[in-house]
Design a protein around this ligand. Structure first.
Ligand code: GTP
Ligand code: MG
Length: 203
């Protein structure tokens, strides 16, 4: 899919205030610093559409971006970031879970995990929660530029094996790097396919 336009729409802490349009939407979620905002920039070929930072906790709101005038990408705050105060951490968690529970336009979530790390409980728990709530998701492995091809293969296999302890099937997954663009076509192609299905359903 060619990205012809990518525009920031709005930021919210309240899911009720998010855009009312029924455009199909795709959200990026995962631990702070995993590379959610960087991935949005990589996918859209924009340097600083979404704000990124080397320090965790950069994205603190629900951010909507309008792509090709007909679908939304959503950048969310990370979970599992301990440096924010307990009370504001709870607010993040509440509005993150509210976003997923209430946002009917959401077609699928992308759960980002850093390909270098072993499966983390918080990520597995979040996927479990999505499953229990009937929210479709795919996994996006980030920062693939940090590992050699053999190590990528091994880490993905290990991750699949852990998932198969609780899931019947391994969810759809993508290997990406925002530094070198790996995975861009795969993720955009997947979204394009889902957008087409949505149109078939509605027309
Ligand atoms: P929060 O908004 O704090 O939840 O973080 P985030 O998940 O949006 O992460 P962000 O995109 O801000 O990136 C965090 C750090 O990881 C930045 O220093 C990025 O440059 C770096 N980073 C993100 N993606 C990649 C990648 O694919 N490869 C490498 N090498 N670094 C990356
Ligand atoms: Mg961010």
């Amino acid at each position: 899919m060619k990205i012809k336009s990518a525009e920031f729409v709005m930021s919210n802490s309240d899911v009720e205030k998010c855009p009312k349009s029924r455009l199909p939407e795709y959200a990026f979620i995962g631990r702070s610093n995993v590379g959610k905002s960087s991935l949005i920039n990589m996918l859209t070929d924009r340097k600083s559409l979404a704000k990124t930072s080397g320090r965790p906790g950069k994205t603190q709101l629900i951010n909507h971006f309008l792509i090709n005038k007909n679908w939304h990408l959503v950048d969310l705050p990370g979970y599992g970031y301990a440096r924010v105060s307990k009370s504001s951490k709870k607010t993040f968690q509440k509005f993150i879970t509210q976003y997923f529970a209430l946002r009917e336009q959401l077609v699928t979530a992308f759960v980002l995990v850093d390909i270098r790390h072993e499966p983390q409980t918080i990520d597995l728990e979040f996927m479990q929660w999505l499953g229990e709530n009937g929210i479709p998701f795919s996994i996006i492995f980030t920062k693939a530029d940090k590992l050699k091809p053999m190590a990528i293969k091994r880490h993905v296999e290990d991750y699949k094996n852990i998932l198969l302890e609780t899931w019947e099937n391994v969810p759809n997954y993508f290997i990406t790097s925002s530094s070198n663009g790996v995975g861009q076509e795969d993720v955009l192609g997947y979204i394009e396919g889902l957008n087409k299905n949505m149109n078939l359903e509605f027309h």
